[in-house]
Write a protein that binds this ligand. Structure first.
Ligand SMILES: [Zn+2]
Length: 420
C-alpha cells in the first residue's frame, strides 16, 4: 500500500517526460482473447472500481482499494465514481504496471505485454483487478498517438469510445471485461480543495524601475522543459507564459508552469493571423479555445493575454480593417487585460544569437530603469537560442538589484500604439 501511495504522489508531481513508444510494446490487437468458459461460471461478487483523474498529468487511475482511492484524493486527484464493476478475487487477472519515470500506470490482461513493459523498465504492481471470464461488459481500450503521456483510455461507454476514435485516438480493441458497467457513487467521499500556488509578495508600487517581468510567448515547446529547470534554480524569480497550442506534446507543461508559481496567460490556440484576425468572433473563439486548455491544466481561466503580433500589429489590416481597435475595446468590456512589451529581445526574427538576445534585453531594461519604468520583456520559449539567454539575464538582474515578478492584472501593461 505504502509503495503505491508513493508512486501516486510521484505521478501527481510529474507532469512530463514519457516514452510514448514503450506503451505500445505489445498492441492490444495481439492480446489473446480470454478463453470462453466451457461451462457455467459461478456468479462472482461485483466490486466497484473507483475511477480517479489527475488534472495535472491527465492520467486516469483505477483501483478497487478504498484506502488507495482516499489517499489519492488527499493528493488532489479528482474522484470520478465507479468506472465499472469487477469480479471480486476471481476471473482473469488484469496486471497493473507503473512507469516511475513518466509517472503513469498501465493495465493489461496480456501477460506478454506485461513482461515486455517490465523488460522496458516498468514496475510490476501485481494484479490490479480481475476480468470477467464470461465477458459480460467489454472495456474498450484506446490509444492517443498525440499525447505526451498517459496515452491510454479504458471505458465501458461506447459513446465515449466512439468520440475518442473520432478525435484521432486509435482503437486498440477490448482491454478486459466487467461484470457490469459503472455508475455514480451513491456515497462519494469528500474532496479537499487543491492548494493554490502562493504568489510571491508583490509590491509593484515602489521602485518600479527595478522590476522585470520576463514574458515568454508561443510555448510550451521543446525548450520549455529547459527553461522551467533553469527557473527552478531561482525560486524568487517568477515569469509569465503566454501560451499557444502548437506543440501539443508539450502543452501539459502548462500545469507545471502554473504549479511553479509563474503566470499562465492566453496567447492563441492557432496563432494563425489569417484565421484569428478575420473577424472579432474568430478572434474570441480562438482565444476561448486556448483558455479552455489553460483551465484544463491550471484549474482556472486567465484574464490576462497578449495579442499575436502585439496590439500594434499591422498584419491584421490585410484580414480585417480596424480589428485591433475593436478587439482592444472589447477586451476591456470583457474584463480582460492585454499586455504588450517595452523590451524586445529581438528573438522573433532580428537575431538568432543568444549573446544578442542577452544584450538586447539588458540594454532595454537599463533604458527603462533610467526612465523610471518597469520592464516587460518579450521573449519566445519556442526559440532555443532565446531560452539559453535566460539564466544570464536572471543573474545580471539579481546582481543589479532587480526583482523578477509574474504579471498580474495590476502590472504595467506596456501597451503599444494601435495601428489598425
Ligand atoms: Zn506569438
Amino acid at each position: 500500500m505504502k509503495k503505491i501511495i508513493v508512486s501516486a504522489a510521484a505521478a501527481f508531481m510529474m507532469v512530463t517526460a514519457c516514452f510514448p513508444g514503450s506503451l505500445t510494446a505489445v498492441k492490444a490487437e495481439e492480446t489473446p482473447a480470454p478463453e470462453a468458459p466451457a461451462e457455467e461460471v459461478p456468479a462472482a461478487e461485483p466490486v466497484p472500481m473507483y475511477r480517479l483523474y489527475n488534472p495535472n498529468s491527465g492520467e486516469h487511475f483505477y483501483t478497487a482499494n478504498i484506502g488507495e482511492r482516499d489517499a489519492l484524493i488527499q493528493l488532489y486527484w479528482r474522484y470520478e465514481d465507479f468506472g465499472w464493476y469487477a469480479p471480486k478475487d476471481a476471473g482473469d487477472p488484469v496486471y497493473r504496471l507503473y512507469n516511475s519515470f513518466a509517472g503513469e500506470h498501465h493495465y493489461t490482461l496480456n501477460e506478454a505485454e506485461k513482461n515486455a513493459l517490465v523488460e522496458a523498465g516498468w514496475t510490476d504492481e501485481g494484479i490490479g483487478w480481475y476480468s470477467d471470464p464470461a465477458k459480460t461488459v467489454p472495456l474498450y481500450r484506446e490509444y492517443n498517438p498525440n499525447a505526451f503521456s498517459c496515452n491510454h483510455n479504458y471505458t465501458t461507454n461506447i459513446k465515449e469510445h466512439e468520440q475518442l476514435i473520432a478525435n484521432g485516438w486509435l482503437d486498440e480493441g477490448f482491454a478486459w471485461y466487467a461484470l457490469k458497467e459503472g455508475e455514480k457513487d451513491p456515497n462519494p467521499p469528500e474532496m479537499p480543495e487543491p492548494p493554490k500556488p502562493t504568489p510571491p509578495p508583490v509590491d509593484e508600487t515602489t521602485d518600479k524601475a527595478h522590476i522585470i517581468y520576463l514574458t515568454f510567448d508561443d510555448g510550451p515547446s521543446k525548450n520549455t522543459r529547459t527553461l522551467l529547470d533553469v527557473l527552478k534554480k531561482y525560486p524568487q524569480v517568477k515569469v509569465s507564459f503566454f501560451v499557444v497550442n502548437q506543440a501539443t506534446n508539450y502543452v501539459p507543461l502548462i500545469a507545471e508552469e502554473f504549479q511553479d508559481g509563474h503566470t499562465v496567460a492566453v496567447h492563441s490556440y492557432t496563432h494563425d493571423y489569417k484565421k484569428i484576425y478575420k473577424s472579432t468572433d474568430a478572434y474570441w473563439s480562438d482565444f476561448n479555445k486556448m483558455n479552455d486548455i489553460v483551465e484544463k491544466y491550471t484549474g482556472q481561466r486567465s484574464i490576462l493575454f497578449r495579442f499575436p503580433g502585439g496590439s500594434s500589429n499591422t498584419v491584421s489590416r490585410s484580414y480585417s480593417k480596424g480589428i485591433m481597435t475593436t478587439l482592444t475595446k472589447q477586451s476591456k468590456d470583457k474584463g480582460l487585460v492585454y499586455f504588450d512589451w517595452n523590451v524586445s529581445s529581438g528573438d522573433a526574427g532580428e537575431t538568432t544569437s543568444t549573446d544578442k538576445v542577452y544584450s538586447n534585453v539588458i540594454s532595454g531594461i537599463k533604458s527603462n530603469t533610467k526612465n523610471g519604468r518597469a520592464s516587460v520583456v518579450l521573449q519566445h520559449d519556442s526559440k532555443s537560442y532565446s531560452v539559453k539567454a535566460v539564466e544570464r539575464i536572471i543573474q545580471w538582474g539579481l546582481q543589479n538589484g532587480y526583482r523578477f515578478l509574474p504579471l498580474s492584472k495590476n502590472s504595467p501593461t506596456a501597451h503599444h500604439h494601435i495601428n489598425n
